[in-house]
Design a protein around this ligand. Structure first.
Ligand code: FES
Ligand SMILES: [Fe+2]
Length: 355
């Protein structure tokens, strides 16, 4: 399976990266991250070019990384700046790959591909996470032993809510709801409209145990590779959304390997901004729904599929799959275009450097 390389990926929440070495694997590449004394985030390949020890087992010395095995030192650009041994000469090949980093919306984004193609203006809008005038946010991250596209399927097809999240986020209005898929090129929307039904229990509890019919909307926005934002809420049937309660849900998936994903979630509520209990209620709902219900289902689904491609297994398609299938096709087209460009390039020379 190929991953899209020329893309921004979220590697961590900004608060995860401190003045210490932090390891995370993204699209099968082990990375080491840390903050400099000027609070800048550095991201390097974690594999020391000497004997391939992981650099995150070393230490930070003057804003640089000292390998924990034999002490070669690398700066924030990945250049070796110190060899403590022998004549102290630095071999030409002693460098590690560095990655472009952008801190935005409280998230650390990294560019895994050709640096010349990186454009931070292409990072999708998750400004609800930092817009404290309009929203109050709670956030977290979940590791799932499942392929990121299976989780995209889950998020782009919210018909599963009635079944997987029964008793928390499910309601029979959701299964009666209609999904509309809107394709705007780079951005895809999968919008589910569920009018005139009882609110899901978690929502009803947050709306003062209203107990009467509401309109419920769940509108998911998708951008490649797997950056999603859910506009979701309930309001008394026929009323404006601001008569009810709603939030923007961040759902960003970063493939670590083919079968492991980091799921960065956020709930940015547009109501009860100053009430910490409302945030705590969402943390409990997400923990129950995402970790307690989606995760076991997705991991079990992954075990059934193994390392096969979904299409190889000829999945049965139903109308609710429309948004998920469209997202898969868009991503596959981007990966195919990237591979075609790679194949056009002349093969690089192999370099053997004698020390
Ligand atoms: S493995 Fe890093 S210095 Fe030897
Ligand atoms: Fe779910």
């Amino acid at each position: 399976m190929k991953f899209l390389r020329n893309a921004w990926y979220v590697v961590a929440w900004c608060t995860d990266i401190k003045r210490e070495l932090f390891e995370r694997t993204v699209i099968n590449e082990s990375l080491v991250l840390y903050r400099t004394s000027e609070n800048k985030v550095v991201c390097l390949s974690n594999r020391c070019p000497h004997r391939f020890a992981p650099l995150h087992l070393g230490r930070i010395v003057d804003d640089r990384v000292e390998c924990g095995y034999h002490g070669l030192v690398f700066d924030g650009s990945g250049r070796c700046t110190h060899n403590p041994h022998g004549d102290h000469k630095i071999p030409q090949a002693a460098c590690v790959q560095s990655y472009l980093v952008e801190e935005r919306h409280n998230l650390v984004w990294i560019w895994m591909g050709n640096k010349d193609l990186a454009d931070p203006s292409k990072i999708p809008d998750f400004s609800c996470l930092t817009d404290t005038l309009k929203f109050s946010s709670v956030v977290g991250a979940i590791e799932m032993n499942a392929n990121y596209e299976l989780i995209t399927d889950n998020l782009m097809d919210l018909s599963h809510v009635e079944y997987v999240h029964r008793g928390i986020l499910g309601s029979d209005a959701i299964s009666r709801g209609k999904t509309e898929v809107i394709d705007e090129g780079a951005t895809l929307h999968s919008n589910r409209w569920c009018p005139d039904g009882l609110a899901p229990p978690a929502w009803d509890a947050m709306f003062g145990n209203y107990g009467k019919h509401v309109d419920h909307w769940l509108n998911m926005r998708w951008n490649a590779p797997a950056h999603m934002l859910l506009d979701v809420g309930i309001t008394p049937t026929g009323k404006h959304r601001d008569d009810g309660i709603w939030m923007l849900g961040t759902d960003i998936l970063t493939p670590s390997t083919e079968e492991k994903t980091f799921y960065f979630w956020g709930v940015s509520r547009a109501y009860a901004l100053d009430d910490p209990a409302a945030g705590e209620a969402w943390v409990a709902a997400i923990d129950g729904a995402f970790s307690g219900q989606d995760k076991p289902m997705l991991e079990a689904q992954q075990r059934m599929i193994g390392n096969r491609d979904l299409w190889e297994l000829n999945p049965v398609l139903i109308p609710a799959d429309a948004g998920a299938v469209r997202a898969r096709r868009k991503l596959a087209a981007l990966i195919a275009a990237e591979s075609a460009r790679e194949e056009e390039k002349p093969a690089g020379e192999k370099r053997i450097v004698m020390v």
